[in-house]
Write a protein that binds this ligand. Structure first.
Ligand code: FE2
Ligand code: FE2
Length: 263
């Protein structure tokens, strides 16, 4: 069984600074991260719905338990991001907040439709494509300084650490119930394309408001690590179980354990 602990970490975003007065290259990482946060209340419930359907077909009780923990973690993530997103929308004039809302509604409609109309194979391919990409991102931020300039403070460290912690689950469920390598590649790529287009739409709305044009993220150590980790996910031998926890992640998770116990 994977070692996955659901942690109901609570954040107060009422006073959290929302600062987009940043160098352009930093904004090219920050704005997509804000876009990522804005997708969470729709993407993560979609993953949970997918895993609920998958759970009925999983014959391995250990994997079924991992899936339960995965869904509990994702449930805590999207609720915390919904609070942060409300704070982000409030930061902007009503017209910008309405534009953000309209994109959220379109994304939610897509995911509701996928749950209703698409096969479990499609939805598991999407889930694995998303989780592989997120784990690659989380590993790069854990290894090279995180997402410190993105509004939200410790939500990012917590979320990224738990994404690394549950990195095996979507892959294992995909292997258990689908198992096709070519389909993982095709569906994973198309799903990431679908997802990232929404991330960019959010980022561009905010960029237009602050007078920025979203460009390529910085090609620094974190950017290089992300590219390296991401390319590794496409190999036929890719298995997130082979990925070691980066230094500091276990300590970070232990810190959140203590925070939850004390609350
Ligand atoms: Fe998550
Ligand atoms: Fe996840």
């Amino acid at each position: 069984m994977a070692d996955i602990t659901p942690r109901k970490v609570r954040f107060d975003f009422s006073e959290v600074p929302i600062n987009f007065d940043l160098p352009p290259e930093v904004l090219n990482r920050t704005l997509p991260a804000v876009g990522l946060s804005l997708t969470m209340p729709y993407l993560e419930p979609y993953l949970i719905r997918t895993m609920k359907v998958a759970g009925k077909q999983i014959t391995d009780p250990v994997l079924a338990e991992d899936v339960r923990h995965f869904s509990q973690q994702e449930g805590h993530h999207y609720r915390a991001h919904a609070d942060l997103n409300a704070r982000i929308r409030d930061h902007f004039p009503a017209a910008v907040a309405a534009e953000i809302r309209a994109i959220e509604e379109a994304l939610d409609a897509d995911y509701q439709r996928f749950t209703r109309e698409k096969s479990l194979r499609f939805n598991l391919g999407y889930a694995e494509g998303f989780e592989a990409m997120t784990c690659a991102t989380a590993l790069a931020s854990a290894e090279h300084g995180g997402l410190g300039e993105v509004p939200g403070g410790m939500i990012w460290a917590w979320h990224m650490a738990e994404e690394i912690e549950h990195r095996t689950v979507a892959f294992d469920v995909y292997e258990h119930l689908v198992g096709s390598y070519p389909y993982r590649i095709v569906r994973g790529f198309l799903s990431q394309w679908h997802y990232l287009r929404y991330v960019l739409r959010f980022a561009r709305v905010i960029a237009a408001e602050i007078g920025h044009t979203v460009g390529a993220p910085p090609n620094d150590a974190q950017g290089k690590a992300l590219r390296r980790n991401y390319l590794r996910t496409w190999g036929p031998g890719y298995n997130p179980a082979k990925i070691e926890l980066p230094e500091g992640v276990a300590e970070l998770l232990a810190g959140f354990d203590k925070q939850v116990q004390a609350s």
